[in-house]
Write a protein that binds this ligand. Structure first.
Ligand code: NAD
Ligand code: TYD
Length: 349
């Protein structure tokens, strides 16, 4: 019997993780703490919201009093920490918001767990979900390993790197039983359409330009979000305390090739003549400090815990497009209101 606090469970990855734990472990009690920022959406959890082992709490991870009272109320045995400000472009505009949630919020969570578990750390787990962006930017060759030195270059990755350091500091200083994973770019259903893939799906549906930063030569390693959630499940239950695990898709794409593949699949699905969507591709001003390439070596996770990505990218992308085409109401709702202001601020009208 476990009682697990998931933070940020109403977001993209958090909702898949919450669904997996609520449905796979009916004897665990899952409490989802989420501030419901622009990126948090309870609609993402509609199918499980009435499950008897699931509770939602609206609140901020940077509110230490709230965290202390939740630990007292529920006696959590584990934490799956997903909540974060997660978009690099927003971190360039408003770095302080990233410090508040990603750094201060994570330290509040560590502090609440340490105080509550003091003298009884046995069988407890504080799992921190992080990103490969903490390792910096690769050239054309090489991979990120668990031993790669940190070299964050955006306010987002700097805030995540800082939070990772605090998690390790609590492990070494207070013996807090922590685990960390650093994952590559995720894609899949419920992905907020500010990120490359869902933004372009939305724009193709609406015949709007597909903004590609610079020359589109930057490389990302894409992983289907359910494979990430599955890896977290395996590490949470079988990973070693104090260890770090890299999670990646073995699936590198330049942005331009990825968007061409997306256009090709969407032309077929929308019944448009081949080449129609690709005409929407528009090269725009590059992102400031744009990291050239990310690529994960996930050998440790494969050798130690037997995890491998389950989906080929073309199939994962096809499933993702189908989800968006079948959930246009979700897409329309999240792209109304504030999204319009964000979009015109970033890309013009
Ligand atoms: P997301 O932006 O979709 O969701 C973040 C969630 O956190 C939202 O529900 C939001 O409401 C909530 N939140 C934000 N600030 C909060 C606060 N102060 N208190 C409580 N809740 C708050 O993010 P995501 O893409 O699902 O990323 C989840 C985690 O995974 C993050 O830690 C991110 O760094 C990490 N990660 C993401 C990716 C990716 O490709 N998306 C890859 C690797 C790692
Ligand atoms: P994004 O989805 O924001 O993830 P991250 O920056 O965390 O990797 O971006 C993925 C890649 O796509 C990245 O190289 C930036 C690029 N990109 C564009 O070219 N155009 C866009 O409109 C966006 C949002 C991203």
């Amino acid at each position: 019997m476990q009682t697990i606090l998931i933070t940020g469970g109403a977001g993209f990855i958090g909702s898949h993780l919450t669904r997996l734990f609520v449905t796979k472990y009916p004897n665990y009690k899952i409490v989802n703490l989420d501030k419901l920022t622009y990126a948090g959406n309870l609609e993402n959890l509609k199918d499980i919201e009435n499950s008897p082992n699931y509770t939602f709490v609206k609140g901020d991870i940077a509110d230490l009093d709230l965290l202390t009272s939740l630990f007292n109320q529920y006696n959590f045995t584990g934490v799956l920490h997903c909540a974060a400000e997660s978009h690099v472009d927003r971190s360039i505009t408003d770095p302080l918001a990233f410090v508040k949630t990603n750094v201060v919020g994570t330290v509040c969570l560590l502090q609440a767990a340490k105080e509550h578990w003091k003298g009884n750390m046995e069988d407890k787990i504080f799992y921190h979900i992080s990103t490969d962006e903490v390792y910096g930017s690769l050239g054309e060759e090489g991979f990120f390993y668990e031993t790669t030195s940190y070299d964050p270059r955006s306010p987002y990755s700097a805030s995540k790197a800082s939070s990772d350091h605090f998690v390790r500091a609590y492990y070494h200083t207070y013996k807090l039983p922590v685990k960390i994973s650093n994952c590559s770019n995720n894609y899949g259903p419920y992905h907020f359409p500010e990120k490359l893939i869902p933004l372009c799906i939305h724009n193709i549906i609406n015949n709007k330009p597909l903004p590609i930063y610079g020359k589109g030569e930057n490389v990302r390693d894409w992983l289907f979000v359910e494979d990430h959630a599955r890896a977290i499940d395996i590490i949470f239950h079988n990973g070693k305390i104090g260890d770090t695990y890299n999670i990646g898709g073995h699936n590198e794409w330049t942005n331009i090739d990825l968007i061409r593949e997306l256009c090709k699949q969407m032309d077929v699905k929308l019944g448009r003549p081949e080449g129609t969507s690709a005409q929407l591709i528009t090269f725009v001003k590059d992102r400031a400090g744009h990291d050239l390439r990310y690529a994960i070596d996930a050998t440790k996770l494969k050798n130690d815990l037997g995890w491998m990505p389950s989906l080929q990218f073309e199939e994962g992308l096809s499933r993702t497009i189908d989800w968006y085409l079948n959930n246009t109401e979700w897409l329309n709702r999240v792209t109304s209101g504030q999204y319009q202001d964000y979009y015109s601020g970033m890309y013009g009208k």
